[in-house]
Design a protein around this ligand. Structure first.
Ligand SMILES: Nc1nc(=O)c2c([nH]1)NC[C@@H]1CN(c3ccc(C(=O)N[C@@H](CCC(=O)O)C(=O)O)cc3)C=[N+]21
Length: 287
């Protein structure tokens, strides 16, 4: 049987550490870290995620401030809000929930965030720092993936890592982090030919394609480690809905370790958002 990596337990442990850092910060400065969460429009999944981010923030002592804007909000209004949050010394982290409504230029919006407050790590300055390995805030999902992998891997050197998906929020940044550990990294995507053959060479598979049951048992070599980043809401025959990942997990008994969905990468993403927020607040102390 493959080891099932418990993302909920690891997230809890990380958040306990974060809570201790928050308490120490409050002792030093008299002020808790503050996270601004900006939600534009009424995507139901985004609402669920934002609720969870805010309640987890409170649990560790981070003050979270939610800003809701209507779906037809003019871009200039969103940019003005970001300017105000950038200028507010009491705000340490800014998160713009994605996806943004059509008609808003997401790249322009992310460019506007002060890189020091960019707890998602999506600003070009942080993307650049990640690619040169020179500090900066690291995107939450890739950071969480590395912590999950670190629980089962000591030394990445010489390992083959195959990343499925080339998104800016998961595929590309996790490839950079794996490269930094000196794994041999292959990034694949929707146009990749012979994906099963490429995956079969992997010691580490990171599946972030957004396609349920994409990664089948025969794609995975015995002893490989499989990180399932997918969050797919599917409707069963009886009409009920279920969250599944990108991997046919029931076919992966021969893997060394797998992450479950739910309870794997998702909870770690939120725990890393909180640790990034405290990191941003700690760094602002010396500024
Ligand atoms: N600016 C921005 N930053 C993000 O980090 C960001 C975003 N926008 N937009 C959407 C995606 C998605 N995302 C998730 C976070 C937690 C779970 C999570 O906690 N999932 C649970 C429950 C799954 C469920 O029941 O929905 C689990 O996997 O166990 C899932 C997905 C963050 N994202």
């Amino acid at each position: 049987m493959a080891q099932v990596i418990d993302g909920r337990a690891m997230a809890r442990a990380l958040s306990d550490e974060t809570a201790a850092r928050v308490a120490a910060l409050v002792d030093r400065t008299g002020q808790p870290p503050a996270l601004a969460v900006v939600l534009v429009g009424d995507d139901p999944a985004s609402h669920v995620y934002v609720r969870r981010k805010i309640s987890e923030s409170r649990r560790v002592g981070i003050t979270s401030i939610e800003h809701r804007l209507p779906v037809d909000c003019p871009q200039t209004e969103l940019l003005a809000l970001i300017d105000a949050l950038n200028a507010d010394a009491g705000v340490h982290g800014i998160l713009i929930q994605l996806p943004l409504p059509a008609g808003i230029d997401a790249a322009l919006v992310l460019d506007r965030i002060d890189p020091a407050k960019d707890v998602d790590g999506f600003h070009p300055v942080n993307v650049g720092r990640l690619s040169t390995g020179t500090g900066g805030l690291v995107p939450c999902t890739p950071l969480g993936i590395m912590k999950l992998l670190d629980s089962v891997i000591e030394d990445y050197r010489g390992l083959n890592a195959v990343v499925i998906g080339k998104s800016n929020i998961v595929g590309k940044p996790v490839a950079m982090l794996l490269l930094e550990r000196e794994a041999t990294v292959t990034v694949t995507h929707i146009e990749t030919l012979n994906l099963p053959d490429i995956a079969r060479k992997a010691d580490i598979i990171v599946a972030a394609a957004g396609a349920p049951n994409l990664v089948r048992g025969y794609w995975v070599r015995p002893g490989a480690i499989v990180i399932d980043v997918g969050i797919n809401r599917i409707t069963r025959d009886d009409g009920s809905t279920q969250i599944v990942g990108d991997c046919a997990t029931h076919e992966l008994d021969h893997a060394k370790a797998v992450t479950p969905v739910p309870g794997g990468v998702g909870p770690m993403t939120i725990a890393c958002l909180l640790s990034n927020t405290v990191l941003a607040a700690e760094k602002s102390e010396d500024a």
